[in-house]
Design a protein around this ligand. Structure first.
Ligand SMILES: O=C(O)CCC(=O)C(=O)O
Ligand SMILES: [Fe+2]
Length: 358
């Protein structure tokens, strides 16, 4: 008993206050969450015009022989201009996506003591907690998360898998199964859109690829002009699938030095390339820098699924995309995700470590 109590207090100390708790006492936000130079600009991002907005790509059309060419051209345009697209017709019904959102929300609604059972362990990555503090004077993200290795199934840390709500495990399992299939479909389509052999990126990612799921819960925040849900970053994945909140927007993408809002399409998945496809595509598709703003009245919940290549594989530009007019722009890297966290917290982009200055 004494032992389990002391363990709990260590975890509490590590976690500090969750954002959900801070939100209950809004007059007193810790300075570590405040971006002095914020300003209304945080929320005044542009909404892309309809014709130049983030393209909506129909995955069914993309994989049907008679319609694939046109949809592939759209995919190529989307990834070379925005680094992302909104995927519809992905095969998961609206009711299922609602269920995924519901079990995730139910977890954050549990009493603190229950959630603490799944707290991230000291020095661990997986589990429940607030932003990890990796450097001094770090600005913290206004979000509580559950981070889980969901694929391969037998490699997850079961100790930090929420046991409540009851349907959490089975729903997330089903969601992962769907996104594993969609990963293959998407990587093949990306290869096709570059006129590469369709298995090219699947092979480059290796057989020991993994998937990590992050549930992001952003409580309403009394200082939306000076607090960010997530600082500007690009993902270290090959590709990322984001299931947005159905009603509350917050995601913004940096393009041509302007922040643009990513509109909500309730049943779509936002799919973006991460740094590792940027490297493999020799920069033809670039991993978009994005951030999350918060809302003074409303909470927001999203699920991000990251597909991560085998950490033993050397990631490098595909030979066919290197030629005289397009020299190699990136050095080979291994275990990109290992590099990622330190760089991210320092506000630096780990991709810089791989870029070749011409
Ligand atoms: O919540 C969002 O809209 C985006 C989250 C995100 O960028 C991430 O988890 O990497
Ligand atoms: Fe992200």
């Amino acid at each position: 008993m004494a032992e389990s109590q002391s363990l709990a207090s260590v975890e509490l100390q590590i976690l500090g206050k969750t954002v959900q708790e801070l939100a209950l006492n809004p007059e007193n936000l810790p300075k570590s969450y405040i971006h002095e130079q914020g300003g209304a600009g945080f929320r005044d991002a542009l909404l892309p015009s309809e014709s130049e907005g983030i393209p909506v790509v129909d995955l069914h059309l993309l994989t049907s022989p008679s319609t694939a060419q046109q949809e592939l051209a759209k995919l190529h345009y989307a990834l070379s201009t925005w680094g992302c697209f909104q995927a519809i017709n992905h095969g998961m019904p609206s009711s299922f996506l609602d269920k995924v959102r519901e079990v995730s929300k139910q977890f954050f609604d549990l009493p603190k003591e229950e959630k603490q059972k799944y707290a991230r362990e000291p020095n661990g990555l997986e589990g429940y907690g607030n932003d990890q503090i990796l450097i001094q004077n770090q600005r913290l993200d206004w979000t509580d998360r559950v981070y889980l290795k969901v694929q391969p199934e037998d490699q997850g840390n079961l100790k930090v898998w929420p046991q409540k709500p009851n349907e959490f495990g089975s729903t997330i399992f089903e969601y992962t199964k769907n996104l594993k299939l969609l990963t293959e479909v998407t990587l093949k389509a990306i290869a096709n859109s570059l006129n590469l052999e369709k298995d090219c990126f699947v092979k480059e990612c290796g057989e020991k690829d993994t998937m990590f799921l992050r549930l992001n819960y952003y409580p309403a925040c009394p200082m939306p002009d000076h607090v960010l849900g997530v600082k500007p970053h690009a993902d270290g994945s090959s590709i990322t699938f984001l299931l947005q909140d159905k009603e509350v927007e917050g995601l913004q993408i940096l393009k041509d030095n302007h922040w643009f809002k990513v509109p909500i399409i309730p049943d779509a998945l936002v799919i973006n390339v991460g740094d590792q496809i940027e490297i493999m595509s020799n920069g033809i598709f670039q991993s978009p820098v994005h951030r999350v703003v918060v809302n003074a009245e409303k909470e927001r919940l999203t699920l991000a699924m990251f597909h991560i290549p085998d950490s033993e594989k050397v990631i490098k530009p595909v030979e066919k995309l290197v030629n005289e007019s397009r020299p190699k722009l990136y050095r080979p890297v291994k275990d990109y995700v290992g590099l990622y966290f330190q760089y991210y917290q320092q506000g630096r982009r780990p991709i810089e470590a791989s870029k070749i200055e011409l």
